[in-house]
Design a binder for this molecule. Structure first.
Ligand SMILES: C[S@@+](CC[C@H](N)C(=O)[O-])C[C@H]1O[C@@H](n2cnc3c(N)ncnc32)[C@H](O)[C@@H]1O
Length: 256
């Protein structure tokens, strides 16, 4: 049975006190984006959080760090790039993916094209131990071809060179945001599908998934039904109470 543990607290302190070195196979998380939103009061020490993530991640483990920059005075903050380079300086391998929004909000600032994506930095402590490559239907499934390009990309196999029904996904993943499922107050929840896809891609059933900035607990809500254990931390008691309710609604589960 998948189990879960939620803690109200500052995540650097909680990780330092509760999580062993080299123990976590997968973290999926998202920091406050510059000062875009006011949460229920926080201090955010990025270098200390990154160092804790390096410490707790087990060899071959993955951290998915999802982040967007503030845009002001005609420039992005570039915080996301700085964070990716800092993770690399700690020793993480860095692969950049994009979370693209199908239904972005109109851009009130009119100083750039409508923001429609966020970075998903897939950081691994050495070669990832789990790579369950997600696939999508091939547009040209069943068609015979001589194309060497398709063979190189892995969606054409064998001598007959027939395009397979499914191919490996690209590194831009699309989601819609909002919707009727949300009844709680968090201003920036993950789309459930985004959390689910990363859980499936980088972990096995029975693994533990960590979100040290867990908000309303979306990662846990998706992890438990997939047979993964969940550890969530948030500085806000309000959000942790919401996460608690959401995890209780996710089946099957039992509390640690
Ligand atoms: C972008 S939100 C995460 C939302 C989450 N992915 C979800 O689906 O609900 C970032 C969260 O980090 C929390 N937070 C900010 N600084 C923190 C810190 N130092 N320690 C723990 N939580 C923190 C905020 O309260 C906020 O809920």
């Amino acid at each position: 049975m998948a189990s879960w543990q939620l803690t109200v607290g500052e995540c650097v302190q909680v990780m330092a006190a509760q999580i062993e070195d080299n123990s976590i196979p997968l973290t999926i998380t998202s920091p406050p984006y510059d000062d875009l939103r006011a949460y229920h009061g926080y201090t955010f020490d990025f270098p200390a959080i990154a160092a804790q993530l390096w410490r707790v991640t087990r060899p071959g483990g993955v951290v998915v760090w999802i982040v967007r920059d503030q845009v002001a005075r005609f420039t992005e903050s570039c915080t996301s790039f700085e964070q990716a380079l800092f993770f690399r300086s700690l020793g993480f391998l860095v692969n950049t993916m994009i979370y693209a929004v199908r239904n972005p909000k109109p851009n009130p600032q009119r100083i750039s094209y409508t923001p429609q994506f966020e970075f998903m930095f897939v950081l691994s402590k050495g070669k990832p131990a789990v790579t369950n490559w997600l696939t999508e239907p091939s547009k040209y499934a069943g068609i015979s071809t001589n194309g060497s390009n398709g063979r190189a990309q892995g969606y054409i196999q064998g001598k007959n060179r027939t395009i397979q029904a499914h191919k490996r996904r690209g590194n831009i993943w699309w989601y819609s945001v909002g919707g009727s499922r949300r009844s709680d107050s968090h201003p920036a929840p993950f789309p459930p599908g985004l959390a689910r896809d990363h859980i499936l891609a980088w972990s096995h059933p029975g693994d533990t998934v960590l979100d040290p900035l867990c908000g309303r607990g979306t990662v846990g809500e998706e992890a438990l039904p997939l047979g993964r254990h969940f550890i969530g931390i948030d500085v806000s008691a309000v959000y942790v109470a919401e996460a608690e309710r959401n995890l209780q609604g996710a089946k099957p589960h039992e509390q640690m």
